[in-house]
Write a protein that binds this ligand. Structure first.
Ligand SMILES: [Zn+2]
Length: 72
C-alpha cells in the first residue's frame, strides 16, 4: 500500500517494534508483523495484530506479581 506519512514510498511486509502504554505501564514488543514503508520506515501494524497485542498485554497484567504470595 501507499505510505500515508511520506506519500511517496510503498510498504512491504516486515517486522517492527510496537510500544504499548496502558495505565502507566509501558510494554515493548519486538518482531511484530507489519507493513513497513521502504522510503521513510513508517510501520503500519495490522488492526487484528494490534488488538491481539493489547489482549495479551492485559492478560499479562492481570497475572501480575500476585501469584508468588504464599510461602516465605
Ligand atoms: Zn513513508
Amino acid at each position: 500500500m501507499r505510505c500515508l506519512i511520506c506519500k511517496r514510498g510503498s510498504t512491504e511486509p516486515a517486522t517492527t517494534t510496537v510500544t504499548l502504554e496502558r495505565d502507566g505501564l509501558i510494554m515493548v514488543i519486538k518482531g511484530v508483523p507489519a507493513q513497513v514503508c521502504r522510503n521513510c520506515g513508517e510501520a503500519y501494524v495490522d488492526e487484528k495484530v494490534a488488538s491481539e497485542l493489547l489482549t495479551s498485554a492485559k492478560r499479562r497484567r492481570n497475572r501480575g506479581p500476585k501469584s508468588r504470595s504464599a510461602s516465605t
